[in-house]
Design a protein around this ligand. Structure first.
Ligand code: AFP
Length: 333
């Protein structure tokens, strides 16, 4: 039988000097949260969790009932055990400090409890994304400022994908490993060791309905993909768009591809659509650890100094050679 996720982490942590077991404990809580979310997502209409909640989140997006439920599940699973000092979520405007009745720990976590939730009512894959940071030394009551650490400081990043199978994919900076939930046993087992993104691809993913708002470099790159062999490229391209970043990144980790949610002028007040702290940074850590590249088009995403919990950034990530080509079109533009 293959290793469970927690066995895998315990064995990996044996090589970390002075590891106290805190990180393993934290990850175990995250795994519990994702199992509970998988259950709720899987039951869907049977337990009355589909549909809109009739409210908006901090970004002005309509909240689904499941956005609220999964946010609660994630908090409840992670607040009690003494590994975290605070949390931050897509669904909450401010950080969530660990309540005084619980012990505080040395980590911070950011998460998107249900990414791609506009897909939930149509039974298409959704996911949970998380990023673990260290709480700055000596800080016991963290504020949002303590979360403002670049992606290079992440201790761990991962996602759970609720698709035909439920999977968790994680990195602690030593490659990327994928685990599949065995519902009969109730645990995740290592099924995709050392995931690697092929450097070349002929598959691109972008929301084409925004085409008229893109900048020239992205227009050029996508136009060349669309023209394929009839344009300047030596191959023809295929296109995919799930509108669920977790599903998109998982496909790229499995068979390669380039994913773009670039800067556009649709709403000039927004630098992009995706959120740095709980979408772009964790996914960039995973993609880089699997041999891919992740950029805004102009900068490496993980080098960005965060300015806010809900900051948005342009994202171009995936197979190295294609992302580098798209980035090269931005030079001087
Ligand atoms: P939701 O969680 O609001 O559905 O947003 C999902 C997401 O942040 C990301 O997972 C998708 O890649 C992207 O938005 C899809 O955006 P469009 O609906 O503009 O294509």
């Amino acid at each position: 039988m293959s290793k469970s996720l927690i066995q895998f982490i315990i064995e990996e942590q044996r090589h970390v000097q002075n590891a106290s077991g805190d990180f393993t404990g934290l990850l175990s809580d995250v795994v519990s949260a994702c199992k509970q979310i998988a259950h709720d997502v899987n039951k869907g209409a049977l337990i009355g969790v589909l549909g809109s909640a009739g409210s908006e989140n901090v970004q002005g997006e309509t909240q689904k009932k499941l956005d609220i439920i999964t946010n609660e599940v994630f908090i409840k699973a992670n607040e009690w055990s003494g590994h975290l000092a605070a949390m931050a979520s897509e669904e909450m405007e401010d950080i969530y400090p660990i309540p005084a009745k619980y012990p505080k720990g040395k980590y911070l976590i950011t998460f998107d409890p249900l990414d791609g939730s506009s897909n939930i009512d149509v039974n298409i894959s959704v996911g949970t994304i998380f990023s673990i940071l260290r709480c700055p030394e000596g800080v016991t009551n963290p504020t949002a400022a303590d979360f403002m650490q670049p992606g290079t400081k992440q201790v761990c990043a991962g996602y759970a994908l609720y698709g035909p199978n439920t999977m968790m994919v994680i990195t602690t900076g030593h490659g990327v490993n994928g685990f599949t939930l065995d519902r009969d046993v109730g645990d995740f087992f290592l099924t995709h060791p050392n995931m690697q993104i092929p450097a070349d691809t002929n598959e691109f993913a972008i929301n084409m309905s925004n085409q008229r708002y893109w900048e020239k470099p992205v227009q050029r790159y996508v136009e060349e993909c669309v023209k394929g062999k009839d344009g300047g490229r030596e191959k023809n391209f295929n296109m995919r768009w799930v509108a669920s970043m977790v599903a998109e990144v998982h496909r790229i980790l499995t068979r390669g591809g380039i994913f773009m949610y670039p800067f556009d002028t649709k709403d000039p007040a927004k630098a992009g659509k995706l959120r740095l702290m709980y979408e772009a940074n964790p996914m960039s850590f995973i993609v880089e650890q699997a041999g891919g590249v992740s950029s805004t088009g102009r900068e490496r995403i993980m080098d960005l100094q965060p300015q806010g919990l809900h900051q948005r950034v342009p994202v171009i990530l995936g197979s190295k050679n294609e992302v580098e080509r798209a980035v090269s079109y931005h030079k001087g533009a």
